[in-house]
Design a protein around this ligand. Sequence first.
Ligand code: CP
Length: 325
Amino acid sequence: MGTMEDMMIAGTRALKVCLECSGESSFPRHMLSTKHISKVSAEAIFEAADYAHLWVNSRKDQVHVNLFHEPSTRTRVSFELAAKKLGMNVVNVNATESSSVKGETLLDTVKNLEALGANTVAIRTNEEGVLGDIAWCSSCLIVNAGDGTNEHPTQALLDAYTLRQKWGTLEGKIIAVCGDLEHSRVARSNYHLLKTLGAEVRLAEPLFVAYRQPMLFEEVRPFDSIEHAIEGADAVMVLRIQHERWNARGGGSAYLQACGLTKERLALAKPGAVVLHPGPINRGIEIDSEIADGPHSLVLQQVKNGLAVRMAILWLLTQRLTPRA
Ligand code: CP
């Protein structure tokens, strides 16, 4: 930590970089996917998150809506706190209490929120890949807070931010992403972003490879065992088992044995390797409690960083709405 003067200089530089980047055509207008986030845009988000305290109350009179059609603790609460810290008015719409139960489409709901003055809408839905069309048809800035098995870009950004905080750079680092790949939007968003940031990404889902839809990870061939994926890795990202998306396939009891993170498996990674999990954790299924609560774990740091990263994302997206002095 430098002197106050160093902090002021760094903060001013961050502001300049972020303003330039958010004004560039390459910076996404909406936050829908990590596929099209460039390294420069990701760095601008990270830098804006480093100086999140500078953006407090900079978005007064703007309106943020959380429109969640699936349960959430971390994402919904951190978007609410992030928007409030920016000075925005925040409205939470719980799908079970909204007019979607009367048959209103997601697009119609967003158009109505737009008519009521919403500037940004964070949407969590079980419908995959629909948010692009909604963003196209709405003047609200749309943030994908998780769409089915497709993507969860803000989770990937906070994961990468947490690793960058630990290492300084992700360039050349080996990251093993292990677990329920087929249903994981977190894995998909992380896969794209971590590669953009220069990391080697290893995917492992040993028990259920036979069920894989081959194109979910483009041409990537997953490792055939979690042990091979973890060997020599700098980080292990454990995925949540998506009970709600398993339908008739069952799953659970054999999970820890097949692809859960145990002490023995973690010992195969590099000394000092770190462990991430997006949460919520299923203890004793995806990960041993001893690891989740142990010195390798960055799990709660990820949650903490979610606030700063989501502040940065809302701040950068709304930069285009804010008249420049
Ligand atoms: N990681 C994550 O998306 O958690 P929530 O479902 O609690 O938001």
